[in-house]
Design a binder for this molecule. Structure first.
Ligand code: DAH
Length: 374
């Protein structure tokens, strides 16, 4: 109470002081100066209680308030200065009105919040839930499928060296993948030849795992990879792969085929078939490309499979003895297979995604399609 009283007194004094200044000088410029000071004073107010707000209104817009007083004095202003002074006066009035409106809205919002806090029977606000990204869904499903037959997950760095991405994987020095056009280099042309680069495939994790672990090794390595490619509906400079590796005594191509057939049936359905076509990779011998029967037309022939009835989904093969030896595994004792697939490609087939760029644009309309997919 006392505080309010003093505050009001103070405001009156303030006003009195400003008006006194005006009376004393009787100069138009002084009136302008006073208007300016009032405007500044109002602008500095950032919050007010209901009572303070009402006082502010009375102080400026009330009958005996600043505005009416200044308008009364306006008559004394010389005719040639009137237009400009009128504009300044209106500016002050508008500033006061706007500030009052703004503080009022703020106070109302606060009151509403307090009310919600106080009323414990009110339903809580609806929280909008996000959904798991399709690439994460597919990655998790791949991990799940392989973990059921004994594969564990391994990871490796995204910023790699030449040894783990190329040299240990049997890439000849003049291989085009080592070219600037395909690879993002962090440090190129190092004296020791072991350039630093962004990994172009997750096969680098094969090497790191073999360097670290003794057979039997049965791992998958999901992760992000980088290639210097123009972005289009079918290619991106950042994408995701899953690498697989199985090393033990007596591992054969038949084991590779059986593991992949199991994976495909789990991922795309029991009636899905596979075929292996001879191919070439520096790190596998023999190498193959694996196709699955078209998930859309079931092998009949459609636009998606370009009327072949087959869709290519991964590369694979028996780990080249040079790779085993380079990674510290005796190729005379052990053998193994490896495979690698693109997660985007698998997700495209699984969810009928037509444009690769959609995975990275974070368009909520696209992402929402996958809520509750699993
Ligand atoms: N690293 C290959 C790529 O990025 C994929 C790949 C092919 C991985 C054959 C393998 C493999 O392990 O055996 O295109």
């Amino acid at each position: 109470m006392l505080f309010c009283f003093l505050k009001k007194k103070f405001m009156c004094f303030n006003y009195f002081f400003l008006t006194l200044q005006l009376r004393k000088t009787h100069k138009r410029s002084k009136m302008e100066e006073i208007i300016k000071q009032h405007i500044e004073k109002i602008r500095q107010i950032s919050s007010a209680t209901k009572e303070e707000l009402e006082n502010l209104r009375i102080e400026y817009l009330g009958k005996k308030g600043v505005m009416n007083d200044l308008f009364a004095k306006f008559k004394e202003v010389a005719p040639e200065k009137r237009k400009e002074m009128g504009i300044r006066l209106n500016e002050l009035k508008q500033t006061a009105q706007q500030k009052i409106d703004e503080l009022k809205a703020l106070a109302e919002e606060k009151a509403e919040q307090n009310q919600v806090k106080d009323d414990l029977t009110k339903p809580s606000e609806i929280v909008s839930l996000g959904s798991t990204h399709p690439l994460t869904l597919v990655r998790n499903e791949i991990i799940d499928i392989f973990s059921r037959i004994g594969y564990t997950v391994q990871e490796g760095p995204e910023i790699e060296d030449d040894w783990h991405v190329f040299s240990a994987l049997n890439f000849p020095p003049e291989h085009p993948a080592r070219d600037m056009q395909d690879t993002f280099f962090v440090e190129n042309g190092r004296e020791d030849g072991n350039d630093v680069l962004l990994r172009t495939h997750t096969s680098s994790v094969q090497v790191r795992t073999m360097e670290r672990m003794k057979p039997p090794i049965r791992i998958i390595a999901p992760g992000r990879v980088f290639r210097n490619e123009a972005i289009s509906a079918r290619a991106h400079c950042i994408f995701h792969q899953v690498e697989g590796l199985y090393i033990d005594k007596g591992v054969s191509f038949a084991d590779l085929k059986q593991n992949l057939l199991y994976f495909v049936k789990e991922m795309f359905g029991e009636d899905t078939e596979i075929r292996l076509r001879p191919s070439y990779f520096p790190f596998t011998e023999p190498s193959a490309e694996m196709d699955i029967s078209c998930t859309i037309c079931k092998g009949e022939g459609c636009n998606i499979c370009k009327h072949t009835g087959w869709l290519e989904i991964m590369g694979c093969g028996m780990v080249d003895p040079n790779v085993l030896d380079a990674s510290g595994i005796d190729s005379k004792v052990y053998s193994g297979f490896a495979f690698g697939m693109g997660i985007e490609r698998i997700a495209m087939l699984k969810y009928d995604v037509k444009d690769l760029r959609q995975y990275f644009e974070n368009d909520i309309r696209f992402l929402n399609q996958f809520s509750g997919a699993f």
